[in-house]
Write a protein of this length. Structure first.
Ligand code: G3I
Length: 360
């Protein structure tokens, strides 16, 4: 699945203002230079990953591509796969019914094209970040089904077909904890078949894309991962086009479950691929040196889990580039330092640990 790529490093030339996708593409071009070594040191993560057939990626945010040259340079240099952190969710893509806005997502796509990166699609069906017209529309089953299919056709088919190697078709279908499906607009109106219907619609829209259910809290063996296993088995038994399980992996320092490899292996044995889709490891601030070292061990252990799964693991994506752009501090006040680069985009021990785990 990984195509050969040329080595990339970055130049720090920076254009201060950029508004259009075209300009971002030009900025991306400035970030491409064939030379050995990187600013962060060593061989880029994506190249190390490619040697194992893994996509090493990061969640990306087009607004930061414009504003922050370090962010842009690291993204271009280290990562071979981009996931839109927010701009491919419903509220951005279809803010009004039938009115699509792909501008921010296209900025990211241009950056990815310029830097020879792949894209994961995130996300087609979720309970969060839905526009008001959808969340409060009180639609009946027939109309909601039509709305769902139109969105999937337009986004995964018409607009992004061929550019997205894997879609998080269903995001977070289970309750925060425990093994029951999450009550949400889709389940409440369409019943549990919304999952199979969305996967089939996505497959019709882009038959080459790998189709995922993406979830948090399923890293180790627990009620939620057991329920995911049951759901995945039953979808496969019914011939539903499900290809992979996204294991988000939002963790607290020292919190990688000991049974992560064993737990994920059972999904691989169903013939599914696994992607670590949203890795970060948060720390109570201020982070001590010891905690940063434990965090590095956590990153190493998650990458090693993916390697242990062999061909069944498609890659590892981290949820952001540096601690300054992570979602953690605003969602969990007092916690932070969750990513492999720090607030100033300098590499942390976690970055070195990922390199080493990949053989760098
Ligand atoms: O776009 C609005 C902006 O108009 C407004 O002025 C601003 C004021 O707060 O908010 C902006 O929206 C924010 C949005 O991110 C875009 O930046 C929301 O407040 C904020 O809550 C939202 O957070 C995102 C979160 O998903 C929403 O659920 C995070 O950035 C994003 O990292 C996070 O990503 C999720 C994955 O999609 C699924 N898995 C869990 C992961 C972490 O929660």
């Amino acid at each position: 699945m990984v195509k050969p790529r040329s080595p990339r490093t970055h130049s720090f030339r920076f254009l201060a203002t950029a508004g259009s996708a075209l300009l971002i593409a030009a900025l991306g071009l400035l970030a491409v230079r064939a030379a050995a070594g990187t600013a962060a040191g060593g061989v880029p993560l994506h190249e190390l990953g490619a040697e194992h057939g893994l996509h090493i990626g990061a969640a990306a945010n087009p607004a930061l591509l414009e504003d922050n040259r370090d962010y842009r340079a690291i993204l271009a240099e280290q990562y071979g796969s981009l996931t839109a952190e927010n701009v491919m969710k419903w509220d951005t893509l279809q803010p009004e019914r039938g009115v699509y806005d792909f501008s921010a997502a296209d900025t990211l796509r241009e950056f990815a094209r310029t830097n020879d990166q792949r894209m994961r699609g995130h996300t087609l069906i979720w309970h969060n970040q839905n526009p008001e017209w959808l969340a409060e529309g009180d639609f009946g089953p027939q109309e909601l089904r039509t709305i769902m299919r139109e969105h999937i056709d337009t986004v995964a088919g018409e607009h992004f077909k061929g550019d997205i190697y894997a879609w998080d078709v269903i995001n977070e279908p289970f309750r925060d904890s425990g093994g029951r499906l999450r009550p949400n607009l889709w389940l409440d109106t369409l019943g549990r078949s919304y999952i199979a219907e969305a996967l089939k619609a996505a497959h019709a829209a882009d038959p080459d894309a790998r189709l995922y259910i993406n979830e948090f809290g399923i890293e180790g063996r627990n009620a939620k991962s057991d329920a995911m296993y049951e759901l995945a088995s039953s979808l496969l038994d019914q011939g539903v086009p499900l290809h992979g399980i996204g294991v988000q992996s939002h963790m607290e320092v020292g919190g990688v479950p000991e049974d992560m490899t064993e737990n994920l292996r059972r999904f691989a044995e169903l013939g599914l691929e696994i992607t670590i889709t949203e890795l970060d490891v948060s720390i109570e601030m201020p982070a001590s040196g010891a905690e940063l070292r434990t965090q590095a061990a956590d990153y190493r252990s998650v990458v090693e889990t993916c390697l242990d799964l062999g061909d069944s693991c498609a890659g590892v994506t981290v949820w952001g580039v540096g601690d300054a752009d992570s979602w953690i501090p605003s969602w969990f006040p007092g916690r932070g330092a969750a990513l492999p680069f720090d607030e100033d985009y300098a590499p942390k021990p976690a970055f070195g640990a990922m390199q080493e785990a990949l053989g760098g």
